[in-house]
Design a protein around this ligand. Structure first.
Ligand code: M6R
Length: 606
């Protein structure tokens, strides 16, 4: 999704801005741009496509100067075209913007009446003209930005520079993250701390509604016009981008990191007897015990993790668990029974739909507001009462892999903690805890079957449609497998609970259609076998990911035997196998696996 980088320094800033944009590339974007002030002049470059194109343009047309702003844009208002890329200009000033301005149409009409002309389709240009208009009527850049932050509705972050005041950058945060980098005699702004790592480890996280004024030697922050102090944090060097090493793509590296990050997620949270240690707070046992209902809200892959957790929690805790996609939860009447906890799950902690769902939930009478997240200083972590960190480390590939399996691990821990709070001495839960301790090595064992999985990928890469089937725990696994495949290979893929085939999707099955079934050795195996026969009877091409002890009957196009098991953690193992499948198909097709088209790593718009 869009990225902002800005810098004011003693040295030239275009290289700093470019490196910052490169650090944000993983988030997904479709165009990039930069503006730099030198003396009384402002100059800019904008390119559709990769940051590399902007870099080439800069070689041909350098932007000298010590004050500048830069941006990667993910199209929302207007196509990915140069005229819609940022920075957007209005006379003497230029502005970059993340997020969405909801009342842009109202202001656009007002500005047209005032004689302003528009050269883009963006809501950003509206913000640039408003800032300009405000300065034309006497405001300085800072007070104009303070006014603008109040006048615009939506969730956004802005940074602006003007040749009329070429000694500072002003920026504001209202619903989209923004962080200030503190250097020696230089300051930076970015929408993601990743962009700051090449230049500083000291940072200040802006709060909602903050407007910041950055000069070379100072930073001032205002909240509703009043100066406020915000603490300086040290960026964790671990959050820096390690290298891809020998791996061809970040996604492949992240798939193979899973044994290590699952171990990290479990570290210090389970004792050797499988008992969960305090996860969220020292007094958690009493209030975890009191939870009688759970509402879980998330998007995409995080939603699939929640669906797996529903099976676990209803089975082990026997409490009703309602799981919902955040953008749906947002716009319906939600009934909250007594003693219900709200849990939101997000890898980034910045997904706007999920944050808005949390804010809506905050107005309801939930007993607790909990989160599961991977980014320590994210908005989600700050807005929940207690957050369980997944400890997956930075995930660069847009397609979520290690973030997902650590979410599942965190949910498993939470389930065990809630169970333990209800029955401190439950043997079953301790056994489950011991199984969870073995998960990192189980996943290692699945990864050892990568070559066999690649053979199935070779067959699927020729296809245009794929159906994934699973039953029970494996239904959300099939959904996640289908999402992974369509996300990075662009092959249409759908998932069904295998028992649902005969209620409609069976009509699609013929000799051309590949059907991928996930078959662990569990109590639903017989039922699944019957569904697989339904596919075979119609000549469908059946590919099966089966536990080593399972021998599927009838004609198969492909079979991979894996140590899936048949226990409650089999969905984690099976998901890893389907991640490899999707990766192989996309890599063999030659796609940009880490930055698939039209997608962004962190979706900060509604
Ligand atoms: O950061 P979040 O977990 O809130 O992101 C939610 C989804 O946007 C995300 O999981 C998306 O579906 C991934 N690209 C899936 O691989």
């Amino acid at each position: 999704m869009c990225g902002i980088v800005a810098a004011i320094a003693e040295r030239e800033v275009s290289r700093i801005l470019l490196e910052g944009l490169k650090a944000l590339e993983y988030r997904g974007y479709d165009s990039a741009g930069m503006a730099v002030i030198q003396g009384q002049a402002i100059d800019s470059l904008r390119e559709v496509g990769k940051v590399q194109r902007l870099e080439q343009a800069l070689e041909a047309h350098p932007l000298p100067g010590r004050l500048g702003i830069a941006h990667t844009r993910w199209a929302t208002h207007g196509k990915p075209e140069t005229r819609n890329a940022h920075p957007q200009a209005s006379g003497h000033l230029m502005l970059v913007h993340n997020g969405v301005i909801e009342n842009h149409q109202h202001w656009r009409e007002h500005l047209l009446e005032q004689g302003y002309q528009f050269s883009s389709d963006t809501d950003t240009e509206v913000a640039a003209h408003l800032l300009h208009q405000r300065m034309a009527s006497g405001d300085e850049l800072l007070s104009a930005m303070q006014w603008l932050a109040g006048a615009l509705e939506g969730a956004f972050a802005l940074a602006a520079i003007s040749t009329k005041e070429p000694e500072h950058i002003v920026a504001c945060r209202k619903g989209a993250p923004l962080v200030i980098g503190v250097g020696i005699g230089e300051h930076f702004v970015a929408s993601d701390p990743m962009a700051l790592l090449p230049v500083t480890r000291q940072c200040i996280y802006l709060e909602e509604g903050d407007v910041a004024d950055l000069q070379r030697e100072s930073v001032s922050i205002y909240q509703q016009g009043q100066a406020v102090k915000r603490p300086v944090h040290r960026l964790d060097t671990e959050s820096g981008r390690a290298s891809k090493g020998a791996y061809r793509h970040w996604m492949l590296k992240e798939i193979h990191e899973q044994p290590a990050v699952l171990a990290e997620c479990l570290e210090g949270r389970l004792d050797s007897q499988g008992r969960v240690l305090p996860l969220l707070a020292h007094d958690e046992s009493a209030w975890l015990q009191s939870i009688e209902n759970l509402h879980i809200v998330a998007c995409g892959t995080s939603y699939h993790a929640a669906l797996v957790a529903r099976y676990w929690m209803e089975e082990w805790l026997q409490i009703p668990v309602h799981v919902e996609i955040a953008s749906e939860y947002l716009y319906r009447r939600v009934v909250v029974p007594d003693k219900t906890a709200f849990l939101c799950i997000s890898q980034s902690g910045e997904t706007l739909d999920t944050l808005n769902a949390l804010r809506k939930a905050r107005k309801k009478a939930y007993q607790h507001y909990l989160g599961i997240c991977n980014v320590a200083r994210s908005t989600l972590v700050r807005e929940v009462d207690h957050c369980l960190m997944t400890r997956a480390g930075p995930e660069i590939g847009v397609a979520s892999t290690k973030a997902y399996t650590t979410q599942l691990t965190a949910l498993a821990l939470l389930m065990l903690a809630m169970g333990q709070a209800r029955d401190e001495n439950s043997e079953n839960l301790q056994q489950a805890g011991k199984q969870l301790l073995r998960l990192p090595s189980d996943v290692e064992a699945v990864l050892a079957h990568a070559d066999a999985i690649r053979q199935i990928a070779e067959a699927l890469m020729q296809k245009t449609n794929v159906i994934f089937l699973g039953r029970g725990y494996q239904y959300p696994v099939a959904m996640e497998g289908a999402l992974k495949l369509k996300e990075i290979s662009y092959i249409h893929a759908e998932a069904y609970p295998a028992g649902e085939l005969k209620h409609g999707p069976l009509a699609l099955v013929n000799e051309e259609l590949p059907v991928v079934a996930v078959a662990p050795n569990d109590r639903l195996l017989q039922k699944l076998q019957a569904n697989m026969k339904e596919v075979q009877a119609r000549g469908g091409q059946l590919y099966v990911f089966a536990d080593e002890a399972v021998q599927p009957e009838g004609q198969l196009r492909g079979l991979v035997h894996l140590p899936l098991g048949g226990d409650w953690l089999s969905p984690v193992r099976a998901s890893v196998a389907l991640q490899l499948l999707a990766y192989d198909v996309a890599a063999m097709l030659g796609h940009d696996v880490d930055q698939p088209r039209n997608l962004a790593k962190s979706v900060t718009v509604e």
